[in-house]
Write a protein that binds this ligand. Structure first.
Ligand code: ATP
Ligand code: MG
Length: 426
C-alpha cells in the first residue's frame, strides 16, 4: 500500500527543527512578559461568524481562504485564519474588557486555503499581541517598540524595516472610498480582474494588488492620508512623534492598507527584502470598532501578528541553529533495571540534566558508538564492577584526553554539575 502523506501546505515540524522553534517561542514569551502582556489561549475552531463579522466578507481571507465547514450538528464552523477575532470573542465572553488596558498575547497555528509557495502555507504559525481599551497613541507606540525589541533581541534588526500609515476613522474612509472610485472609473478596463471586482466591494484593497499595471495606476491615486479627519490626523502625528522620540525608524507608506476590514487609524508592517515576494514578517494595526462589531461594548484595540515561519527563515539564513542533545549518555553492561534506576536518580538529583541511555543493550563498543553519535558530552559507564563498588566511570566524549574518572554514585550529581558548568554546558 502506498503511504499517506500530509495535506499540501501543512508541514510537519521535525525533531531537528523544533529546538529553534522552542528557542524562538521562549524568547518571545519572555519579551511579552517584560511589557506586561499575558498569554491567552483560544480554540482553533470557532463559529464561522466570528471571522466573517470581524474580517469582513469582501476580503481575501473570508472570500477565498477560510477553511469553513458544517459540523455534525449543522453548525457553521471555521478553522481560525488569524488570531484577533477569536481573542476579541473570548475577551467579550469572559468580561475581560471591563477594565481598560488588557494586554494579551497568543501563538499557534492559523489556517488559510492559499496557494502553497515559498513563505506561504495553508497551516502556518503566528505570534500575536493585542491591547484593549486604550485609545492613546502611547499604546500604538509601546506595541511598535515591543516588536522593535523582538527584532533586536533576535539579531534581525538590520533585516527588517517598519512601514506605517493611518487608515483614518470610518467617516474618513467612506469619504475617501468615493474619491478613489471616482479616480479609478476611467481606468476600469486596465485593472486586473480581482481589482475590478474590488472596485465595487472593497476599493482600498486595490492598493494590495501585485499586478504591475494596476500598481502603476494606483501610484497616482489620491491618498487616504490627505482625507484624514482632524482626530485621526492628530493621533497619527502623536504616534509618529513618539516613535521619533523612542528612536524608532519608520517610513510612512501611504499605500499601506492591510488585508482585513477591521483596521482603522494606525496600521504597520515590518518588511524584509530577504524573503522574495513574501516579505512581510509582522503586521498589525488599530481596530477601534472591532469589539463593537463582535457584540461587545465600544472598546478600542490594537494588535499585530508575526509570521513565525518567515521569521525562522530569516534566523536560519542568518546562520542561527539550535539543537538538543543529551548532556550525558549512560552505557551499561548490567541488569537493565539497575541502569534505569541510575538514570532516574540522576534526573531526580540534577534537575534539567538531559540523560540519554542505551535501552537496547549490546556490547560496550556498540553502546559507545551510540553515545558518540548522539552528541553527548559525557558517557557514564556502569558495568558489574562499578555496580558492585557503587561507582560510575565518567568518560569525556568531546575532548582528546582519554581521562576517565571513577565517581561514587553519591557524588555523581555534584561532580556532573561542576564538570558541565566548566564546559559551559549546564
Ligand atoms: P500576505 O500579504 O503575505 O498574504 P497577510 O496580510 O495576509 O499577508 P496577515 O493576515 O497580516 O497577513 O498575517 C500576519 C503575518 O502572518 C504575515 O505578515 C505573514 O508573516 C504571516 N502569514 C500570513 N499568511 C501566511 C501564510 N499563508 N503562510 C505563512 N505565513 C503567513
Ligand atoms: Mg494573505
Amino acid at each position: 500500500m502506498n503511504s499517506i502523506r500530509s495535506i499540501r501546505g501543512m508541514h510537519d515540524i521535525l525533531p531537528a527543527e523544533t529546538p529553534l522553534w522552542q528557542w524562538l517561542e521562549r524568547r518571545l514569551a519572555d519579551i511579552f512578559a517584560t511589557y506586561d502582556f499575558h498569554e491567552i489561549r483560544v480554540p482553533m475552531l470557532e463559529q464561522a461568524e466570528v471571522f466573517m463579522r470581524a474580517i469582513g466578507q469582501a476580503t481575501d481571507v473570508v472570500e477565498k481562504e477560510m477553511y469553513a465547514f458544517e459540523d455534525r450538528n449543522g453548525d457553521q464552523l471555521s478553522l481560525r485564519p488569524e488570531g484577533t477575532a477569536g481573542v476579541v470573542r473570548a475577551a467579550i465572553q469572559h468580561g475581560l474588557l471591563q477594565t481598560p488596558g488588557l494586554k494579551v498575547w497568543y501563538h499557534g497555528p492559523m489556517f488559510r486555503h492559499e496557494r502553497p509557495q515559498k513563505g506561504r502555507q495553508r497551516q502556518f504559525h503566528q505570534f500575536g499581541a493585542e491591547v484593549f481599551g486604550l485609545e492613546q497613541a502611547a499604546a500604538d507606540a509601546e506595541l511598535i517598540a515591543m516588536v522593535e525589541r523582538i527584532w533586536r533581541e533576535l539579531g534581525l534588526a538590520g533585516k527588517v524595516r517598519l512601514e506605517i500609515n493611518s487608515l483614518g476613522d470610518r467617516a474618513d474612509r467612506v469619504r475617501y472610498r468615493q474619491q478613489l472610485v471616482d479616480f479609478l472609473e476611467p481606468y476600469v478596463d486596465r485593472l486586473d480582474a480581482d481589482s475590478q471586482r474590488r472596485l465595487a466591494t472593497n476599493p482600498l484593497r486595490i492598493f494590495d494588488s501585485k499586478h504591475p499595471e494596476t500598481q502603476a495606476i494606483m501610484a497616482d491615486a489620491p491618498r487616504l492620508a490627505d482625507s484624514l479627519g482632524e482626530e485621526a490626523r492628530v493621533h497619527f502625528d502623536q504616534v509618529c512623534r513618539l516613535l521619533d522620540q523612542l528612536g524608532i525608524e519608520y517610513r510612512i507608506n501611504p499605500g499601506l492598507v492591510r488585508g482585513l476590514d477591521y483596521y482603522c487609524r494606525t496600521v504597520f508592517e515590518w518588511i524584509t527584502d530577504d524573503l522574495g515576494a513574501q516579505g512581510t514578517v509582522c503586521a498589525g494595526g488599530r481596530y477601534d470598532e472591532l469589539v463593537a462589531m463582535q457584540g461587545g461594548k465600544d472598546t478600542p484595540g490594537i494588535g499585530f501578528a508575526l509570521g513565525v515561519e518567515r521569521v525562522l527563515t530569516l534566523l536560519a539564513d542568518a546562520g542561527m541553529e539550535r539543537e538538543q542533545v543529551p548532556q550525558v549518555y549512560l552505557v551499561s553492561q548490567v541488569d537493565i533495571a539497575e541502569a534505569l534506576k541510575l538514570a532516574e536518580r540522576l534526573r531526580q538529583e540534577c534537575p534539567g540534566l538531559r540523560v540519554g541511555m542505551s535501552l537496547s543493550g549490546g556490547s560496550f563498543k556498540a553502546q559507545f558508538k551510540r553515545a558518540d553519535r548522539c552528541g553527548a558530552a559525557l558517557a557514564l559507564v556502569l558495568g558489574e564492577v562499578e555496580l558492585a563498588a557503587g561507582e560510575v566511570q565518567v568518560k569525556r566524549l568531546r575532548s582528546q584526553s582519554a581521562d576517565q574518572d571513577s565517581v561514587p554514585v553519591e557524588e555523581l550529581s555534584g561532580y556532573l554539575a561542576q564538570l558541565l558548568a566548566a564546559e559551559g554546558e549546564h
